[in-house]
Design a protein. Structure first.
Length: 256
């Protein structure tokens, strides 16, 4: 018979407390999409969404913890890359891909100490809060908990704030609806398409023509720097890695 001391030691070895940032993302009204367009088309949209998310997460250093049907759980050691990934994802899906809002997403973002269980699962209060913020977000909205707000990128903005009551949480929390700060200057990151200005850009480089090129992150600058010179042109969703989801979601707008 195994003694309690051995079991307790095994449990302790397998569970480590760490600080992480989490986001849950859900495709809004996915059930309605399957009914309206059929299962096969809905799967195509979901596949394009996953392709886009993989590219964004790989460039920004965010890990896809698990797929959840029409949703996903994301985790990152640092908060800024996760916030940037969520903001970029919403920008592409809700602004670039489908102006008619035939398909949209919603997200919840938090940060805190959790237990890393057996190396691949996270147990903790902030994980539950992120999932519930995602459930409460409106279509096209990203809700963030106060713990992550000090890590917003320069090009991010708080659109609104509201108290939200979460099931199982004693007191309401202040949730911030976050988005991208608009600019009238017409400059965009050539990798992700985020609109930027000299004051909101995180990185700047000199383009082939000698003009300043603005970037939302070091990751986008690094991606651009490793491109051949003849491919360092303006951002174009039709030739970028985001083209599949752009085409799929725009097709949904035309048939809706």
């Amino acid at each position: 018979m195994v003694s309690w001391d051995i079991l307790r030691k095994t449990w302790h070895d397998r569970c480590v407390r760490v600080h992480r940032s989490f986001a849950f993302v859900d495709v809004s009204d996915f059930t309605a999409l399957t009914e309206r367009e059929g299962d096969e088309y809905a799967v195509e949209v979901l596949t394009s969404f996953r392709t886009l998310l993989r590219e964004i997460c790989a460039r920004r250093g965010v890990r896809i913890a698990k797929w959840l049907g029409d949703g996903v759980m994301l985790v990152c050691v640092e908060t800024p890359p996760l916030l940037a990934a969520i903001l970029e994802l919403h920008h592409v899906v809700c602004t670039v891909s489908s102006p008619a809002q035939a398909v949209s997403i919603r997200s919840g973002v938090t940060s805190g100490d959790v237990i890393l269980m057996e190396g691949d699962d996270y147990i903790g209060h902030c994980v539950n809060v992120a999932a519930r913020l995602c459930d409460l977000a409106h279509a096209g909205e990203a809700l963030a908990e106060p713990s992550v707000m000090s890590h917003m990128p320069r090009w991010g903005v708080v659109l609104s704030e509201r108290d939200v009551a979460l099931r199982g949480v004693e007191r309401p929390i202040v949730a911030s609806s976050i988005g991208i700060l608009g600019t009238s200057e017409g400059d965009v990151d050539p990798i992700c398409g985020i609109p930027l200005s000299p004051s909101t850009a995180e990185e700047t480089a000199s383009g082939p023509d000698g003009r300043a090129v603005f970037f939302c992150s070091t990751g986008c600058l690094d991606t651009w720097s490793h491109r051949p010179a003849h491919l360092r042109g303006p951002w174009n969703p039709r030739v970028s890695s985001e083209a599949p989801v752009v085409e799929a979601l725009q097709a949904g707008s035309e048939t809706a």
